[in-house]
Design a protein around this ligand. Structure first.
Ligand SMILES: Nc1ncnc2c1ncn2[C@@H]1O[C@H](COP(=O)(O)OP(=O)(O)OP(=O)(O)O)[C@@H](O)[C@H]1O
Ligand SMILES: [Mg+2]
Length: 275
């Protein structure tokens, strides 16, 4: 059986819409009939909270527990630790225990590949796995990049955030050279786009000049809207909260683009295999 495509949603800059994108792309894919797991790889547990598990302390099993099992070569049971959200996605939750886990990794063997090894069996149960990364490029994020097939980079539509991507692109390059040669950047998503200003156009111009030849820039852009911020407290997606909003439409378009993009990649692979 085919294994999941793993997408790390990553940017070390805080507050650019990583978690919001994980929720709404994840549920968007589930609405298209895909089997989807979203993973909270941030000790803040924002993804876990946004999907309705308000008190992270009460979680029975978290990503940290599964990674610790992998480290100590204990088996992970089928479906262990996975929560089911009513809108059709599964969640591997996190809380502050993930910070302690990150410490455990420091002295471990194959520490950068712990998450990849942890997902080996789990990824057989899904078509897409989205990893919501924390705003740092530390060991947990490197684990996410090492486990992923592709990275999606949400970038806030402003000059400095776009400029600040250098460090992220360097880290991704290093992971490609050392841990995961097949990792693709796939691609940049402009978020928090304010239609009343020219910032989005200018940011897009900068990104195209700097990175346009190396990575895809999604044509779907996510507008800034109060509704999007409000959903964070509701435990549901923008589709369930306000399905006619501009943000819901934007995430729907992004979802379709991601699916089309995956199909193109598969076609390319098939063609190259046939040669
Ligand atoms: N399109 C949007 N319009 C308005 N507000 C938004 C939008 N997307 C996200 N927000 C809000 O902006 C804040 C940051 O978003 P989010 O948590 O998704 O970013 P993040 O990159 O995951 O942050 P962190 O780096 O802290 O993990 C949140 O309060 C969220 O509700
Ligand atoms: Mg976040």
């Amino acid at each position: 059986m085919k294994e999941a495509k793993i997408i790390a949603i990553c940017n070390q800059k805080g507050g650019v819409g990583k978690t919001t994108t994980t929720v709404n792309l994840g549920i968007g894919l589930a609405k298209e009939g895909k089997r989807v797991l979203v993973i909270d790889a941030d000790p803040q547990g924002d993804l876990t909270t946004c999907l309705g598990w308000k008190n992270g302390d009460e979680l029975q099993t978290t990503l940290a527990d599964l990674m610790n099992k992998t480290l100590t070569e204990r088996p992970i049971g089928k479906g262990e630790g996975i929560l089911h959200h009513e809108e059709g996605v599964d969640l591997l939750p996190s809380n502050l225990e993930l910070s302690a886990m990150e410490m455990n990794l420091v002295n471990a063997m194959s520490r950068e590949l712990t998450l990849k090894n942890c997902l080996k069996e789990i990824k057989k149960d899904y078509e897409y796995i989205l990893i919501d990364c924390m705003p740092s490029l530390g060991m947990i994020t490197v684990n996410a990049l090492a486990a992923a097939d592709s990275v999606m980079i949400p970038v806030q539509a402003q000059y400095l955030p776009a400029k600040g991507m250098t460090q992220l692109v360097q880290t991704i390059g290093k992971v490609q050279r050392t841990l995961n040669p097949d990792l693709r950047i796939d691609g940049i998503v402009l978020t928090l786009v304010d239609g009343r200003t020219n910032l989005a156009k200018q940011t897009l111009h900068i990104l195209r000049n700097q990175y346009g030849n190396r990575m895809k820039i999604y044509s779907s852009q996510i507008p800034v809207a109060v509704k999007a911020a409000e959903t964070s407290f509701q435990g549901k997606s923008i589709y369930a909260y306000d399905k006619n909003s501009s943000v819901a439409k934007a995430y729907e378009n992004l979802t379709k683009e991601v699916i089309r993009n995956g199909e193109k990649t598969r076609d390319r692979l098939r063609t190259s295999e046939a040669r």
